[in-house]
Design a protein around this ligand. Structure first.
Ligand SMILES: Nc1nc2c(c(=O)[nH]1)N[C@H]1C(S)=C(S)[C@@H](COP(=O)(O)OP(=O)(O)OC[C@H]3O[C@@H](n4cnc5c(N)ncnc54)[C@H](O)[C@@H]3O)O[C@H]1N2
Ligand code: MOO
Length: 390
């Protein structure tokens, strides 16, 4: 069996970044910026007031100073004159600071009578002016590759970039296998259960910027599985769930092999997720996930998420890990890396009592995977462990 790191490297070797497309800014959130873009303008484009008040000459600012108000500068409507000695311009937040002025006294520090203002005694030295270009100047780049966040979308809008070059969404076909499975909403027979894995994985893939397609469930026959693989043709990635182990009805590996799959690996020294397989089938990268629901989702976090990020041009790196303090002890780990479901509390992280790989209710109340290296000794409260957010 290979290690998780070796398996991830083998998976990365199967993919390269997809093509680029331009999308409207409104559709760019969560996508990966494909090439550097440059600000189309300077922001702010003029020296702007950061407060409502009066624009004056800084050299004249002192307690009880008197000014004559000669005009008004509002956001979107500048005052075009030049501020002279003893003069002030009424100004509002976001408005251009008029020529001749280099200080804004906030209105709370003034007393106004008709056209005259008198400054108070605590005006201070803050000029309340945002210099032109203090946020960014024309040509400032936003560098690719970059997973675009809501803050990036606001920045791109401010840079006047209406269409954004992003990496195409990977089309990922998801195939559940097994006679025992029916789709959610269908009436299961007495020995049947509902297919959950493809739905959980599709949700995960959507969050990763991919375009998942849930294909019809493949029955435990060679013909049905072949038909499902045929439907997946043209995808950027095909993922099967179940049928990966050693049972008589576990057909994924033999059928894929007959269809010409070049296998990269089969079986990884991890728990859950041991019967993971990967390779290339009909020109597509293919990953065979174990059927146990928690195994499939853990493999989604550990393997599929980094893989889909790499397909979108992000660095080929493992799922990010955070160090956390244990708030409950852990028993010694065995020879496989263990990805334990856990919950973070104010005191630290606690592993779930039940770690069976069928328990979606436990996964759903967990917010981290506690990563236990192979052979990790027993751990005590206060020890530091590595975790992956889920
Ligand atoms: N003799 C051995 N038996 C098993 C081994 C082993 O090494 N030797 N490995 C175990 C481990 S670990 C896992 S994980 C499972 C994986 O088996 P498969 O990938 O072949 O999965 P299935 O047998 O098809 O299903 C396992 C389990 O999960 C349910 N399932 C499958 N697909 C779905 C789905 N889409 N949605 C919800 N639930 C699903 C299925 O009904 C089974 O209950 O093998 C162990 N056995
Ligand atoms: O590896 Mo299985 O995925 O432990 O349940």
């Amino acid at each position: 069996m290979i290690t998780v790191t070796e398996a991830l490297d083998a998976l990365f070797a199967l993919v390269s970044p997809l093509a680029t497309e331009d999308v409207p800014l409104r559709h760019a959130n969560g996508r990966v910026l494909a090439r550097d873009v440059a600000a189309q303008r300077t922001q702010p484009p003029f020296a702007a007031s950061s407060m409502d008040g009066y624009a004056v000459k800084a050299a004249e600012v002192e307690a009880d100073a008197l000014f004559k108000v000669i005009g008004e500068s509002a956001a979107g409507h500048r005052w075009d004159g030049v501020v002279g000695a003893g003069q002030a311009v009424r100004i509002f937040t976001g408005a251009p600071v008029p020529q001749g002025a280099d200080f804004v006294v906030i209105q709370e520090d003034t007393i106004r009578r008709g056209d005259l203002i008198t400054l108070g005694r605590n005006v201070g030295s803050k000029d309340n002016i945002r210099a032109a270009g203090v946020d960014f100047t024309k040509g400032t780049p936003l560098s690719a590759p970059r997973l675009l966040t809501p803050a990036d979308i606001a920045l791109l809008a401010s840079m006047n970039i209406a269409d954004v070059p992003v990496v195409r969404r990977p089309v990922v076909s998801l195939i559940s296998t097994g006679d025992e499975l029916v789709m959610p909403g269908e009436a299961p027979g007495p020995d049947q259960i509902i297919a959950s894995n493809t739905f959980g994985l599709a949700a995960m893939l959507e969050d990763l910027g991919a375009h998942p397609r849930i294909l019809p469930i493949a029955a435990d026959t060679e013909g049905s599985l072949r038909a499902a693989f045929d439907l997946a043709k043209g995808s950027d990635l095909v993922i099967t769930v179940g049928g990966a182990s050693v049972g008589d009805h576990d057909l994924v590996a033999p059928v894929a092999a007959e269809m010409g799959m070049e296998q990269s690996f089969y079986k990884v020294a991890m728990r859950p997720g041991k019967p993971l397989m990967a390779g290339r089938l009909s020109g597509m990268p293919m990953v065979g996930l174990p059927g146990n629901p928690v195994s499939a989702m853990v493999c989604g976090s550990v393997f599929i998420a980094p893989l889909v990020r790499a397909m979108q041009g992000l660095p080929k790196t493992a799922a990010p890990r955070q160090k956390m303090t244990l708030a409950a002890p852990l028993t010694a780990n065995g020879p496989r890396e263990h990805y334990m479901r856990g919950t973070t509390t104010a005191q630290g992280v606690i592993s779930a009592d039940l770690q069976d790989s069928s328990l979606l209710s436990v996964l759903s109340t967990s917010d981290v995977l506690i990563v236990r290296p192979a052979g990790d000794p027993a751990r005590a409260i206060g020890d530091v462990v590595e975790t992956i957010a889920i």
